[in-house]
Write a protein that binds this ligand. Structure first.
Ligand SMILES: *[C@@H]1O[C@H](CO)[C@@H](O)[C@H](O)[C@H]1NC(C)=O
Ligand SMILES: *[C@@H]1O[C@H](CO)[C@@H](O)[C@H](O)[C@H]1NC(C)=O
Ligand SMILES: *[C@@H]1O[C@H](CO)[C@@H](O)[C@H](O)[C@H]1NC(C)=O
Ligand SMILES: *[C@@H]1O[C@H](CO)[C@@H](O)[C@H](O)[C@H]1NC(C)=O
Ligand SMILES: *[C@@H]1O[C@H](CO)[C@@H](O)[C@H](O)[C@H]1NC(C)=O
Ligand SMILES: *[C@@H]1O[C@H](CO)[C@@H](O)[C@H](O)[C@H]1NC(C)=O
Ligand SMILES: *[C@@H]1O[C@H](CO)[C@@H](O)[C@H](O)[C@H]1NC(C)=O
Length: 674
């Protein structure tokens, strides 16, 4: 097909791109027409595209990046007309328990405790707001501190306590960080309680938080939809039905509720081009197939050790604060196709968005004459998400002719942004601006190939920056020390330690004579209301998963407890939701004056044991040395045990931790590894 053959005013883009693939003549292309008209009024209101930080600890390493890299990453995520330009940020309300890739601290570890400066979600929300004051904020708990359940692993026995706890978090966000939380959830992917949801609404209102909207129940469409249809009081207090991984479909009951329908957690896919294909497909099809008006990715940024569960399932990757290296992955630019050209408050046009040759489109308007059309032609193999399974479908090259009617009849040109995922061929194009399309008598045509995304829009504000390259990747430093004296305000955790059970916080003991004023302290003293299978021991991992040989040294302090105990470990091979099955080489000392060497965190695989003379309320120095198949341990610099044979694991992180949920302190941590 030659350019001259195209009528003036029809899309001339076919000259350089979008033309029929070799061997397929233009005449053979499937051709179909689509009408975009607002005469019968707008469709559903669009609520925005967002991403989750947390659920859990997914932004852990981000906070330790040096400037300017940290700000560059934040710009790619939040800055309008720049990169992903997200409309919404959903954060975990830390509950001290394991929530997938780590634990996040609660603002109330204990009943009489309140602190709104723990963790990094406050900071992240502020950084997001700084860049986009209109960004919507959502909070959702995965776990709760133990006192909420008064000993039961359940947050609804005392719904007034739980509501008070959640509302405190919202009030604290305002009081200490001037953050307005827009939406609040119930309990991630777990049961809901109608009584609790009503009490939550009541408690919000009582504290002047009428504007905070409730999302329920961050699990499946049912049973919440069914219950909303039966219980009119509940129907009156729930604003949004949030379903997870809906596979772009909704259910009749959800539609009958007439509530806003959101995919309140989705994506969760490795962030290569197939991940980008998944994201492109669901961003459109969650609306086209399932009437959903918001899609929220888990997770925002892969800032956790890659070997933890669901490594690199973020919109971009920033998992090396020690080198400053990060990667703006393809899903960022797929996000931009929608986010840079729409805003929450726009409306979808009422049109069946299925393309005849496969793929989909959505059309949105601000009601002021602006129009944005997003088209995707993702093929099955190239757009599978991690879940649910994707039924087979086919997509072929096709010509789409759009007729603009109603308010859009007078549109003369549309800006064009294009991506093509190249997959194996490696020649992808991501978010490139092409020549504008001339609309002639309300119509234009587009030749679509497969695995493409187009945005056609009246808005001229789109941007793809030519930003500086980040520094090259580097492994975690092989000689690493932290005496916990130099802190990284405003954070409560030491750099690069990734808590997997329990919470390890900076601690100041002002009455210490001098050696151990600034320490790291494990502070969770009761098993939290769990979301995953937290270990019975606490553990925080650090370093390079590929490490084989290492010497880990750390000063330890068991706080007044006869059955207390702590460990240092190497070759630690697991974490996240699998933390209970963690193996490694663990060197434990106990307050009863004994020590053990075990091959697992659970302490069942005993490799060596004996007397150490360690006691509580005193500082000791532990050294664990692992070389090849042999390990040895020193106490206060003197050999305690040696020649313990290690067969597996062959490599892993270093770690510190405690025997149970108990207070303990750590100081002068040092690893030398290879
Ligand atoms: C839901 O989406 C389907 C498919 O696009 C559409 O036919 C239907 O009218 C929508 N229903 C509601 C209630 O929005
Ligand atoms: C489109 O949006 C821009 C920017 O928000 C606004 O200035 C303009 O009035 C809107 N309408 C049209 C028809 O461009
Ligand atoms: C899709 O993937 C399957 C399994 O990897 C493969 O057998 C099939 O040929 C692929 N289809 C296309 C169209 O690439
Ligand atoms: C990728 O690039 C190669 C070489 O430039 C070209 O032959 C091929 O057609 C391209 N593939 C696609 C899908 O455009
Ligand atoms: C603080 O240091 C003093 C003096 O060494 C000690 O007695 C006390 O137990 C320490 N407190 C904690 C919580 O570690
Ligand atoms: C680990 O130590 C063993 C024994 O000293 C040595 O043979 C091996 O090469 C070392 N491996 C690495 C990766 O340093
Ligand atoms: C450990 O092994 C070394 C080298 O084989 C040997 O010299 C030493 O006596 C052993 N120590 C013990 C306690 O068995």
């Amino acid at each position: 097909m030659g350019c001259a053959a195209l009528l003036w005013g029809w899309l001339l883009l076919g000259c350089s791109w979008g033309s029929a693939p070799p061997g397929v003549s233009a005449a053979a292309l499937l051709t179909a027409t689509y009408v975009l008209d607002d005469a019968s009024g707008p469709g559903r209101q669009f609520d925005g595209i967002g991403a989750v930080s947390g659920g859990g600890a997914t932004s852990r390493l981000l906070v330790n990046y040096q400037e300017p890299y940290r700000s560059q990453i934040l710009d790619y995520l939040f800055k309008p007309s720049f990169g992903a330009s997200l409309h919404m940020l959903k954060v975990e309300i830390g509950g001290d328990g394991q929530s997938t890739d780590g634990t996040e601290p609660s603002h109330m570890h204990y009943e009489n405790d309140e602190n709104y400066f723990r963790g990094y979600e406050w900071w992240l929300m502020k950084e997001a707001k700084k860049r986009n004051p209109k960004i919507k904020l959502i909070g959702l708990p995965w776990t709760f501190p133990a006192w909420i359940g008064k000993g039961e692993n359940w947050p609804y026995d005392y719904p007034d306590v739980t509501a008070y706890y959640i509302v405190s978090w919202i009030l604290g966000a305002k009081q200490y960080h001037d953050l307005d939380i827009d939406y609040i959830g119930i309990w991630n992917e777990r049961a809901f309680s109608s009584k609790y949801i009503k009490l939550l609404r009541y408690t919000l209102d009582k504290h002047g938080l009428q504007q905070v909207r409730i999302i329920a129940s961050d699990r499946l469409w049912e049973p919440i939809s069914f219950v909303l249809l039966l219980d009119s009081e509940l129907h009156g207090v729930v604003d949004v039905i949030g379903a997870h991984y809906p596979g772009t479909k909704t259910v009749p009951n959800a539609l009958l509720t007439k509530k806003k329908l959101w995919s309140s957690e989705d994506y969760s896919t490795f962030n290569d081009e197939v991940g980008a294909g998944c994201w492109a497909r669901i961003l459109n099809q969650n609306y086209v197939n399932g009437n959903m008006t918001s899609t929220i990715a888990w997770n925002l940024v892969a800032s956790y050790y890659e070997e933890l569960p669901f490594g690199r399932c973020g919109l971009m990757t920033a998992q090396e604060p020690w080198s400053g290296h990060y990667k703006v992955e393809a899903p960022i630019w797929i996000t931009a196709h929608t986010t840079q050209f729409t805003q929450p408050g726009w409306s979808y046009l009422q049109v069946d968005g299925h393309l005849e040759g496969g793929g989909s489109f959505v059309a949105l308007t601000d009601g002021l004459g602006n129009l944005t059309i997003i088209i995707e032609t993702m093929t099955h193999n190239h757009s599978q998400c991690i879940r649910p399974p994707l039924p087979h479908f086919s997509v072929t090259p096709q010509r789409a002719t759009f007729y603009l009617k109603g308010s859009f009849y007078m549109v003369e040109t549309l800006q064009v942004w294009h991506s093509r995922l190249g997959f194996e061929s490696g020649n992808s194009t991501l978010f490139q601006q092409l020549h504008p399309v001339k609309v002639w008598k309300g119509s234009f045509s587009l030749d679509l190939s497969v695995d493409e995304v187009y945005t056609l829009t009246t808005l001229k504000t789109g941007q793809k920056c030519g930003c500086p390259e980040p520094p090259p990747p580097q492994p975690f430093p092989s000689n690493y020390k932290d005496d916990f004296n130099i802190r990284n305000p405003p954070f409560s955790e030491a750099p690069n330690f990734a808590d997997q059970t329990g919470v390890f916080e900076y601690f100041i003991n002002a009455s210490d004579p001098g050696d151990h004023v600034f320490t790291l302290r494990q502070v969770v003293v009761q098993r939290p209301i769990t979301w995953a299978s937290d270990a019975d021991q606490t553990i925080s991992v650090i370093g390079n998963f590929q490490w084989v040989n290492m010497t880990v040294t750390c000063d330890i302090y068991i706080e007044k407890r006869r059955d207390g105990g702590v460990f240092v470990a190497g070759r630690v091979d697991n974490g996240g939701i699998y933390v209970r099955r963690t193996k490694g080489v663990f060197f434990w000392v106990f307050a009863d004056g004994t020590y053990r060497v075990t091959g697992d965190l659970a302490g069942e695989e005993i490799l060596m044991k004996g007397l150490s003379g360690v006691r509580d309320n005193a500082w000791h120095t532990l050294t664990l040395n692992i070389q090849g198949t042999s390990a040895s341990g020193l106490l206060n610099g003197y050999p305690l045990w040696e020649n313990v044979t290690i067969s597996k694991p062959s490599n892993g992180w270093a770690a510190i931790g405690t025997r149970s949920f108990e207070f303990a302190q750590f100081d002068n941590f040092h690893i030398e590894a290879s």
